[in-house]
Write a protein that binds this ligand. Structure first.
Ligand code: NIG
Ligand code: FE
Length: 414
């Protein structure tokens, strides 16, 4: 048995009340100015005021005492929406976008997601694994201790499985906990352009059952957007995934208000992601149905679109989570501190709301809240030491990561 005591830290953590924190609860975080954390075999055993933790631990043999030098301690970030399993970056498209070509226009011309599909087809599983691991480790250095990774650049059974096997290998080699999502419905391949329903049949009848049989993805996602998949197609796929026992999520209302948010509510999706164009009525529907809003501000930033309406969502009691959406097209960043900074400064979320969004709510949105998302007894000792007095440093020190040390299961991993 290993017992470690982390002392002399200012702890900030959301409180897990058994469900994601929406409305006022989103801003209610615990602050313990002279805090300590007692870790037993990688799990949190006690957390609280240093004197109280020490007094309660007298009977224990403590193997190691770590002085946190008055730093601020927060839970490790949970990034619940990434596409970091890809083969090549798309820098030339970035150039096109900054010169004015819209993101969906590039896809229409056979670029965008479809260009990543070509490079994934040409890559080996090993190449995908190495590239994906590199991005996961960069995320780790910015404080991400748990993350979700999607497939979606395969678009046929062989390549979707190749991606999911690469992701599975990353989950066994990186220190992070990784949740895999099947996103076979990410774009329509050119040879199915005139018959998208046949492509959906292929996903439902061939890809989804193979993924399920191999048990390599717990969640299923679809990109519902003009020129991609319709709401009706989303309904068909996600109902089939639910029948297999998978959790479902949707790339919803990213560019156009198609009603993805309403579909998420109707199906009881675990999250609806993006929501830049979601309307008020559907925001309320999501809140009533217990769906989490995964907001991806770096996508709005990179596509130069208006940000998702986080304030409206929080006022409507809709729990808000934050993610990078890290991918080679619409948002290329692994940095959760950057995301939190955007949320604070451009979506008017308070530092406390943003911290809850990037830890507890994001953990709920990928089914990981039992293990991660807050510093509480029984959860994994996944935490960060920040160079700052409070989580506000994440917005204040712009473009720089205040994450000094990253701990996973009580071990320093970055
Ligand atoms: O979440 N919108 C669809 N999928 C990703 C982008 C993927 C890409 O451009 O490669 C997103 O923005
Ligand atoms: Fe995405």
């Amino acid at each position: 048995m290993s017992v470690k005591l982390f002392k002399n830290c200012h702890i900030y953590t959301p409180v897990d009340r058994g469900s994601p924190a929406g409305g006022k609860a989103q801003s209610q975080i615990t602050s313990i100015p002279h805090g300590a954390l007692l870790v037993e075999n990688g799990l949190i055993n006690r957390v609280g005021d240093e004197n109280a933790v020490l007094a309660a631990s007298q009977a224990l043999t403590i193997d190691q005492v770590i002085d946190c030098q008055s730093r601020c301690m927060v839970p490790g970030f949970v990034d619940p929406h990434t596409h970091i399993c890809f083969a090549k970056r798309r820098e030339s498209e970035f150039q096109m976008r900054i010169e004015g070509t819209p993101y969906l226009e590039i896809l229409k011309q056979g670029g965008g997601i479809l260009s990543s599909v070509k490079s994934v087809d040409a890559a080996t599983e090993d190449e995908l694994y190495k590239n994906c691991l590199k991005h996961a480790l960069t995320a780790l250095s910015f404080g991400t201790t748990t993350l979700e990774i999607k497939s979606g650049y395969g678009l046929d059974t062989k390549n979707e499985l190749k991606m999911l096997h690469a992701i599975d290998r990353v989950s066994r080699t990186s220190p992070q906990d990784i949740v895999a999502t099947f996103l076979g419905a990410h774009a329509i391949p050119p040879h199915y352009k005139e018959k998208p329903d046949e492509f959906l049949d292929l996903i439902i009848n061939e890809m989804l059952p193979s993924v399920h049989k191999q048990n390599i993805a717990s969640h299923c996602d679809i990109f519902c957007e003009e020129g991609v998949f319709t709401i009706e197609q989303g309904r068909r796929l996600l109902q089939a995934a639910k029948k297999l026992g998978m959790e479902v999520k949707i790339h919803a209302d990213e560019v156009h208000d198609l009603g993805g948010a309403a579909l998420a509510a109707e199906l009881g999706a675990i999250s609806a992601d993006h929501l830049l164009a979601a309307n008020d009525e559907n925001i309320i529907k999501m809140a009533q149905a217990g769906v989490i809003a995964n907001l991806l501000p770096a996508t709005a930033y990179s596509l130069r679109k208006p940000y998702a309406r986080a304030r409206r969502m929080i006022e409507s009691n809709l729990p808000v989570a934050l993610a990078t959406d890290c991918n080679p097209g619409s948002s290329y960043t692994e940095s959760m501190p950057f995301i939190i900074g955007l949320a604070i400064l451009n979506m008017n979320m308070s530092p406390a709301e943003a911290l809850t969004a990037a830890t507890l709510n994001s953990a709920y949105s990928i089914g990981m809240a039992k293990k991660a998302g807050s510093l509480e007894k029984g959860k994994q000792a996944d935490f960060l030491l920040l160079d700052g007095e409070s989580p506000a440093i994440l917005g204040y020190h712009a473009g720089v990561s205040p994450v000094i040390d990253v701990y996973k299961h009580g071990e320093k991993v970055s």
